[in-house]
Ligand binder design. Structure first.
Ligand code: F6P
Length: 544
């Protein structure tokens, strides 16, 4: 069964939510009038606590949002997703990244064929490879132990692995990870200039193995490598991850050094597959398994929990409330750990490439908002950068605050300061500071009445800014797997309700097509392709 095609605007709950959105939601009063608000609007499951009580919702809103999920037939959609039905209809593919982390659920089938055995054997190959690289059993062409591993890929073949490797750098085994993604030659050269070709392992990750950036970078790296080694040596230091086996072989990589990817795993959800080889090498096979286990735990929660206590469902519904009813355009992700500094860029692709669509599942232009803009930076750095706008600007920016109870290196003095900021910011965003409070504060500083009057408007904080606190015991491979899977499912739920196809990405094709012709114009003497006058003049200037 494919996903139903039904516009959400026709649902009763949607209409009710439209009415409810006209109401005033004052967080301070909502807390005063409901003493069990925290209990009513939080989900605590094992090492995860999600407090969504500081959001602009009351029970009526949450009830209607839950109704919306039911009216959209989310329950069946979840079954279709996990059962491997071809819910990526425009590409005729199943969406089964969940099968990659499924040790227990061995029932997923694609085209009637059981995929469990294949997934497990590739996983075993990934782990063996990571173990051999880490132990030194697998050697470089010059017989040395590898010291560095370079992932060459872009988009989903880069952002996920890079985010995880950086997030779990505390658990690193000693092999230094590097990532080359941008076709910017300076990026490649900056990376390889400091590397020793004799002890560097290169992983070329490209699901299609046709991506211009990745192939250009891979060729540049191979040419650099061949300055010190022979073509025969490539098989020792180069490995590829792809679905396009013949293109990889043409590149010169030996068959035994190719790890498969599957067309039923979207690039942006592929970090759990062999695309995550850099993760397995960098944190070791056991930790890689921990990451998968954590994700599977979230999968089980998502599949089985009632919607009212279902973390991805609640996060998705809150996002829809702000996006479609309170007119927010973006949402911020603020992790209070430097380890998660790549989480927002990773989620940008996961969410914006998935739900940045304006045509519904019937191929009709939507008359409501879909995917939001996702952005963010770790706290406390972001407090000194863009928090001014969240506190006192004109835009509504619901924000996820992600914090951990324990630091990894045990520096509790720093951690307490960090977390004091984490708690204080959500409180400040909610409470704000009234005119009276500002008055009193300035009076205490013995300012003149005139100065006080002048300053007050600038020092008032309206407050009532919504936040969700995600408080996790500790950053481990397992909890990170859970966190990432939680956001993956949030994206899925929103796509189901928005009645769009979340797993294709046709919107990235046009720019790629035009770039090919533009490159010809740059490389030939004359500009032959028809361009608009602005582009023409820019090209002329570039070539001059
Ligand atoms: O340009 C978008 C995209 O197709 C992403 O969806 C994908 O993650 C990325 O390019 C890289 O693709 P590939 O793994 O095929 O090189």
């Amino acid at each position: 069964m494919s996903l139903k095609t039904q516009s959400p605007v026709n649902f009763n709950s949607w209409k009710e939510l439209k009415v409810l959105s006209k109401k005033e939601f004052n967080l301070k009063s909502l807390f005063e009038s409901n003493l069990s608000r925290f209990k009513d609007f939080s989900i605590h499951l094992d090492d995860f606590l999600i407090d969504y009580s500081k959001n602009l919702v009351d029970k009526k809103v949450v009830d209607q949002l839950l109704k919306l999920a039911h009216e959209a037939d989310l329950k069946h959609a979840i079954q279709s997703y996990f059962n491997g039905e071809k819910i990526n209809e425009t590409e005729g593919r199943a969406v089964l990244h969940t099968a990659l982390r499924s040790a227990k659920n061995n029932s997923a089938k694609v085209d009637g064929i059981d995929i469990y055995g294949d997934v497990q054997s590739v996983l075993a190959k990934i782990k063996t490879f990571a173990d051999q690289v880490n132990s030194g059993e697998r050697k470089s062409y010059s017989g040395q132990k590898f010291t560095d591993v370079v992932n060459i890929g872009i988009g989903g073949s880069d952002l996920g692995p890079q985010m995880i490797v950086e997030a779990l750098s505390y658990y690193q085994t000693g092999i230094q990870p590097h990532f080359i993604s941008n076709v910017d030659g300076d990026h490649v050269l900056e990376t390889i200039n400091n590397l020793n070709p004799e002890t560097t392992l290169f992983l070329i990750v490209s699901k299609s193995f046709t991506t211009q950036e990745t192939l250009t970078n891979a060729n540049t790296v191979r040419n650099w490598f061949l300055k010190s080694a022979s073509k025969e040596d490539v098989k020792h230091n180069f490995v590829a991850v792809s679905t396009n086996i013949s293109a990889v072989e043409d590149f010169g990589i030996a068959k035994e050094n190719i790890f498969p990817m599957y067309d039923w795993v979207g690039g942006r959800f592929s970090l759990w597959s062999a695309a995550g080889l850099s993760i397995a090498v960098s944190i070791g096979s056991e930790n890689f398994q921990g990451l998968l286990d954590g994700a599977e735990e979230m999968d089980t929660h998502f599949k089985t929990a009632d919607f009212e206590s279902n973390m991805p469902v609640i996060l998705a519904l809150l996002g829809i409330w702000y996006n479609n009813f309170l007119e927010a355009e973006s949402e911020a992700i603020i992790p209070y750990t430097q380890y998660l500094q790549k989480l927002a860029p990773y989620l940008q692709q996961a969410s914006m490439e998935s739900n940045g669509k304006s045509v519904d599942r019937a191929g009709v232009k939507v008359n409501y908002q879909t995917g939001t803009i996702v952005w963010g930076e770790p706290g406390t750095n972001s407090q000194h950068a863009f928090f001014q706008l969240i506190h006192q600007g004109t835009k509504l920016i619901p924000s996820d605050f992600i914090g951990f109870k324990k630091p990894l290196h045990g520096n509790s003095k720093h951690h307490d300061i960090l977390m004091a900021n984490y708690f204080a910011q959500t409180e400040a965003l909610m409470k704000g500071k009234s005119q009276d409070e500002v008055h009193q504060e300035l009076e205490a500083q013995s300012l003149s009445v005139e100065d006080i009057q002048k300053l007050v408007p600038f020092k008032v904080f309206e407050g009532n800014k919504p936040t969700t606190s995600i408080l996790i015991d500790k950053l481990t491979p397992k909890s990170l797997g859970k966190l990432v899977a939680m956001y993956e499912h949030k994206i899925f739920v929103q796509g189901v309700i928005w009645n769009i196809f979340s797993y294709d990405q046709w919107g990235v094709e046009l720019g790629k097509q035009l770039a090919k012709n533009t490159l010809k114009d740059i490389q030939s003497a004359k500009i032959e392709n028809p361009h608009d006058s602005s582009t023409n003049e820019l090209l002329k200037h570039y070539k001059s």
